[in-house]
Design a protein around this ligand. Structure first.
Ligand SMILES: Cc1cc2nc3c(=O)[nH]c(=O)nc-3n(C[C@H](O)[C@H](O)[C@H](O)COP(=O)(O)OP(=O)(O)OC[C@H]3O[C@@H](n4cnc5c(N)ncnc54)[C@H](O)[C@@H]3O)c2cc1C
Length: 417
């Protein structure tokens, strides 16, 4: 028997992190309200992302190889990764920390931690969907594995090293020749000559992150409040008593900031902050017009940093990583380039004139490991900074945060079943 009515929690933010956190708390017997300034769940970075549940493919951005490429990014406008130096101390501090993580021992530590969290997602997502009566089709869940293709044979040594490292932590990944890549994904035959090798990971899945955020909240007992911006915290003694929102006050026993890139706007109200840098990306979504010519599963073009995911009858193409500050302007050249890639790799599968485009910002910590912790006040928590793996780490982060909240409430057990 679960202990019910453990108390009340207000979760700020209804992206995939807020949605999973809210449900994980509600599942454990907390009375949860989620509040978001948008009109529905999953409208921020969680809206039209790459859709990858990348349980085993968690290599962080902060690696020695990345460090070597920084000069190229600074000089090239067409590079898939762009960095525009900004002269504010927060950006400089983030960058300094990011660079400090670009060494082999830190990559090992980061990878281990990311895999720990992603595996909790992998272990729990199916049962969550079952408990909430969410069918795979409701969220376009695809369990078709992931193929990452590389164009440069010279990268094989570094890739092998990362695969070996991940194997130590229980991941099973296979190196494929170009022939094997095409065998797995016949739709790649057009670009076979460009493929040096590939990495196939059977365990990976794809899902519509926006639909998942909405469905989790809709089917659970969580109380949802939209179009309400949290403006300030009301502090009483060592605790937060309530939050002031544009729609009135919300009183609760515990508060969770799951506001992605906006976490610091809220934390600054209590003189706190975290290093979270927005890393901008783009996506285009096409209705698939010929399923036979579309990919069976997810494909990543590692050199161009482009992800192709089939989610239901949609082909999602996502890519680019730009460290250019907070800027949600759609860059036409970036969108055109994604459309051209989709047409080049999957001709006939889509109509290149019929698509919707999107840009979003990955809320990234310097290491790639999210902040899942208590902050500033006894009853204030943060779950933010998931970078390019927010969907993959969502359920795991939620479970870990609930564990921490419950451990802090001394007189109450974590869960009695
Ligand atoms: C192009 C791109 C591709 C990606 N591909 C993948 C992928 O394939 N796999 C993967 O795992 N991850 C991927 N990601 C990363 C993933 O999308 C993010 O890490 C994740 O969406 C972050 O979720 P979040 O809930 O923290 O933030 P968000 O989804 O941005 O949610 C934060 C919410 O907080 C709300 N909010 C903020 N401030 C307030 C306030 N004061 N009051 C009320 N509400 C507030 C916002 O309205 C928003 O809804 C990708 C990201 C991008 C940009």
């Amino acid at each position: 028997m679960k202990v019910k009515n453990k108390g009340s929690v207000c979760v700020i933010g209804a992206g995939i992190i807020g949605a999973t956190t809210a449900y994980a708390l509600s599942k454990e017997g907390w009375s949860v309200t989620v509040v978001d300034s948008n009109q529905e769940a999953g409208m921020g970075a969680s809206f039209a992302n790459g859709a990858q549940l990348s349980y085993s493919y968690v290599e962080p951005l902060a690696t020695p190889e990345t460090l070597k490429k920084i000069p190229v990014w600074l000089l090239s406008r067409s590079s898939p990764i762009r960095w525009l130096p900004q002269f504010n101390w927060r950006h400089i501090l983030w960058l300094a920390q990011f660079i400090s993580y670009c060494n082999a021992s830190k990559v090992k530590r980061t990878t281990k931690e990311l895999l720990r969290i992603s595996h909790i997602t992998q272990m729990n997502l199916d049962s969550w969907l079952r408990d909430l009566s969410i069918a795979g089709a409701d969220v376009s869940l695809e369990k078709t594995g992931k193929l990452v293709v590389y164009r440069e044979a010279s990268e094989l040594a570094a890739v092998n090293k990362q695969i070996k490292l991940q194997k130590e932590f229980g991941c099973h990944q296979e190196i494929f020749t170009a022939e094997q890549c095409v065998e797995k994904e016949p739709s790649l035959s057009r670009i076979k000559q460009d493929i040096a090798f590939g990495v196939y990971t059977q365990s990976e899945e794809a899902v519509d992150c926006h639909a998942l955020s909405k469905q989790i909240l809709k089917r659970s007992d969580v109380h949802e409040i939209y179009m309400a911006e949290v403006l300030d915290f009301i502090v009483e003694g060592e605790k937060i008593k309530s939050v002031n929102t544009s729609q009135g006050e919300i009183v609760a026993d515990q508060f969770v900031i799951a506001a992605g890139n906006d976490a610091n706007t809220l934390l600054r109200k209590i003189n706190r902050s975290l290093l979270i840098e927005p890393i901008k990306g783009y996506s285009v979504s096409f209705p698939i017009v010929n399923m036979d010519l579309a990919p069976n599963g997810s494909i990543t073009d590692q050199n161009r940093k482009v992800v192709f995911a089939r989610i239901g009858t949609t082909l999602r193409v996502a890519g680019f990583a730009e460290i250019v500050g907070r800027n949600l302007k759609l860059d036409k050249a970036r969108i055109d380039s994604l459309v051209a890639e989709a047409e080049r790799v999957f001709p006939g599968a889509i109509d290149p004139k019929n698509f919707s485009s999107w840009t979003g910002m990955r809320p990234a910590s310097p290491s790639g490991v999210p902040y899942i912790e208590n902050i500033g006040h006894k009853n204030l928590w943060v779950n933010a900074g998931h970078g390019s793996l927010g969907l993959t780490l969502s359920v795991g982060s939620a479970v870990l945060l609930v564990r921490k909240i419950e451990e802090s409430v001394e007189s109450r057990p974590f869960s009695i079943s």
